[in-house]
Design a protein around this ligand. Structure first.
Ligand SMILES: CC(C)(COP(=O)(O)OP(=O)(O)OC[C@H]1O[C@@H](n2cnc3c(N)ncnc32)[C@H](O)[C@@H]1OP(=O)(O)O)[C@@H](O)C(=O)NCCC(=O)NCCS
Length: 179
């Protein structure tokens, strides 16, 4: 099983392990990340991190390949995460999946996700046979929109009141990358 992907001289991706729990708890206990994503709890504890890491290990075993990657500096320090939601495995729509990602706030705007996302999508295509990768985002998430457009995604739809979070309805934009 492929468990490490080189991005460039500064970054690589590898599997999560239980030693990553403190870094996950440090960086994901961040309201601005919680507000922009769907499934990341806030506050975020080390117990949440251990649960998520075990969940990733289980998915890996089940499917025989890595589903969720840690984004790391060459020192090994975890500074983000990216993965697929595995919604359609084993079904007639197994060729499509959703991608989700985050970067630790101190590392925003350094071009990290713009370098990581294209490689992870190519991995999804080559290893899993994905032909359609979807990314529904909050319509106001400009940073995410820019990363998607730079990575070859195109907007396919505008979904009014698609999400209800923090007591508010949010419109969404649906982006997709087609292979
Ligand atoms: C969205 C996110 C992953 C972007 O990662 P990043 O590594 O900071 O992105 P990059 O540095 O590659 O930025 C790509 C482009 O977006 C721009 N950008 C990034 N964040 C931005 C923001 N908040 N507002 C406006 N533009 C932004 C960058 O300036 C860059 O533009 P350029 O190519 O014209 O220079 C990061 O902000 C994040 O983790 N956000 C919280 C979680 C999240 O939103 N996840 C996605 C859920 S759908």
């Amino acid at each position: 099983m492929l468990t490490r992907l080189e991005i460039d001289s500064e970054l690589y991706l590898s599997v999560l392990d239980q030693n990553d729990a403190p870094a996950l708890a440090l960086y994901l206990n961040e309201k601005e990340i919680h507000d922009r994503t769907l499934q990341i709890p806030f506050p975020y504890s080390e117990a949440d991190a251990h649960w998520f890491i075990s969940h990733c290990e289980q998915l890996q075993q089940e499917h025989g390949h890595v589903i969720n990657w840690a984004i790391r500096l060459k020192t090994g320090e975890l500074i983000g995460g990216i993965g697929f939601h595995c919604k359609n495995m084993g079904s007639p729509i197994a060729h499509r999946d959703e991608v989700g990602y985050w970067v630790a706030k101190p590392y925003w705007n350094k071009g990290i996700m713009s370098r990581v996302l294209p490689l992870v999508c190519a991995y999804g295509r080559d290893v899993r046979g994905l032909r359609r990768i979807e990314a529904p985002i909050y319509a106001w998430n400009i940073g995410s929109e820019k990363v998607l457009l730079k990575s070859g995604f195109r907007q396919e739809g505008y979904l009014c009141k698609s999400y209800f979070k923090n007591n508010t309805f949010h419109d969404a934009k649906l982006f997709a990358l087609i292979y």
